[in-house]
Design a protein around this ligand. Sequence first.
Ligand code: IPE
Ligand code: IPE
Ligand code: MG
Length: 245
Amino acid sequence: MSLKDKLIAEKLPNHIAIIMDGNGRWAKMKGNSRIFGHKNGVNGVKESSEACAELGIDFLTLYAFSTENWSRPKLEVMALMELLISTINSEVDTLMKNNIRLNAIGNLSDLPKKAYEKLMNAIEKTKNNSGLTLILALSYSAKTEIINAVKLISENVKNGEMDINDINEKVFENYLYTAGIPNPDLMIRTSGEQRISNFLLWQLAYSELYFTEVLWPDFNREELYKALFDYQNRERRYGKISEQL
Ligand code: IPE
Ligand code: IPE
Ligand code: MG
């Protein structure tokens, strides 16, 4: 029996978030450039999104580029932006074929014009697909997202459109980039690093965390099934005790 067959359909997460890490180290191990690692990282994106679509998972959020990543060497940043454009070009048909709807969160206006336009076109083209929603976090910072929400809410209060007492967790969530998207049930980080790196700070409050040593270009369906199997053997207590569940 393969690992996939051992998964219990009713206990699959609704939303998986992944910090795709380790492209640079993967390339270095092979004596190649970091950019070569990023190119091969597209493999992990395809594998994980197709596997999620097949399993009937509703949301997959992939951390593709953080606001902090703008500080990397210019050549690497440019190569990542080019890769974003070429991947959208080559993969839109696959998204359509697999009924995947593309979405994006982050400070998207920071992206180079061409990348921004490609992304918007792909989002528009796939908007009526009804299977998996694939969300790319691009130029993303969770702290910026939260500050942004605070500013929008403050503006509403200042204009008299909202009362301070109306602010609660549910309302606050409507002002995040992820408004309308359920919080991740499972967060995976590859490459052995065990930190959040400014990813979905609010949304991960009660997510199950899974860390694997596998470097992102080597992440495939089987690795995803491993993470899901691990997830299904956890008890999500939300502060209660076992007997209450
Ligand atoms: C993740 O791989 C991809 C991005 C952050 C864009 P890294 O490029 O961080 O790879 P390592 O961590 O240096 O190995
Ligand atoms: C986090 O990875 C960002 C993405 C995966 C896009 P990094 O490799 O940039 O994070 P740190 O620097 O190790 O925390
Ligand atoms: Mg890294």
